[in-house]
Design a protein around this ligand. Structure first.
Ligand code: ADP
Length: 260
């Protein structure tokens, strides 16, 4: 049955996931242990010079392990959202500076807001960090630089199809790069927690799954369009809320959505 299939797919995903964590963690522990071994050996031989180098290696490994645990915790907590009324074009324009300072000069960033305002109810901080995650992936796919375009529009979504319309029910935010692109089998697995094609220590495989989780929690959808050698566009569909009256009082309590 469908449920049984889903369950076995889940078990398989958990297996891959725990295997991946164990592997990454083991590498970090190996780094710490071998650095400490060298320190001990050198102390035994009375060579106390130049120990700092190995202690630094141990510290760096331990910090990487700590960062991994942090991300794991954040992921399992699936922080509850602090959703508030926002205008998406404003967010896109304001996030440009953050992206520019994170990505550096090699990536040219373009923002293409929609002609009409796009009012939604969204956790703006988490939306920013989702865009940051996508932008970092884009940069990684463009090692020699390229273009990153943030485009916003209004669409209508019906039966899994979307159409551009002036006053739709969803905002579409596209994050498009001119990078390496993704093979179909990578697109298929990109949202899996801990799926990464990046070298160990570089990729955690959590970025896309976190963005996926955030979109689900926000009542939205996410999709990937990609061609190898041409680039990737990540599409975020965000439900539009009622038009917001300019001078309406701000809600006294943040609107909270459950953790799914
Ligand atoms: P990570 O970036 O740590 O590998 P993600 O979950 O963010 O983890 O991404 C999973 C994989 O999806 C990446 O390893 C990469 O292969 C692929 N990917 C994601 N975004 C892009 C992109 N913009 N261009 C090319 N490949 C991408």
């Amino acid at each position: 049955s469908d449920a049984a299939l889903r369950q076995s797919q889940k078990m398989e995903a958990i297996g891959q996931l725990t295997g991946g964590i164990a592997h990454d963690f083991n590498n970090m522990l190996t780094g710490i242990l071998s650095a400490l071994d060298i320190v001990r050996l050198r102390l035994d031989m009375g060579r106390v010079d130049d120990l700092e180098r190995f202690l630094d290696t141990a510290t760096a490994s331990a910090q990487r392990a700590a960062a991994l645990t942090q991300r794991l915790l954040a992921f399992s907590r699936r922080q509850s959202l602090d959703a508030r009324p926002v205008e998406l074009n404003t967010l896109l324009v304001s996030v440009q500076h953050l992206l520019h300072s994170t990505l550096g000069e090699a990536v040219r960033i373009h923002a293409e807001p929609s002609p009409l305002p796009l009012h939604a109810t969204l956790d703006a901080n988490q939306f920013e960090s989702a865009l940051l995650n996508l932008a970092i992936n884009a940069r990684d796919a463009m090692p020699d630089g390229g273009d990153l375009t943030l485009r916003a529009s209004s669409v209508s979504v019906r039966e899994g199809q979307y159409t551009a319309v002036p006053a739709g029910d969803y905002a579409l935010v596209e994050v498009a790069d001119t990078g390496a692109g993704m093979a179909p089998e990578v697109v298929e697995r990109a949202f899996e927690p801990f799926f990464t094609t990046k070298p160990i220590g570089k990729g955690t495989g959590l970025g896309m799954s976190m963005v996926y989780g955030f979109m689900q929690q926000s009542g939205g959808h996410i999709a990937i369009q990609s061609n190898v050698g041409e680039g990737t566009t990540v599409l975020l569909f965000i439900p539009l809320s009622e038009a917001i009256v300019e001078d309406a009082p701000a809600p006294s309590q943040p609107i909270r959505r459950g953790a799914g």
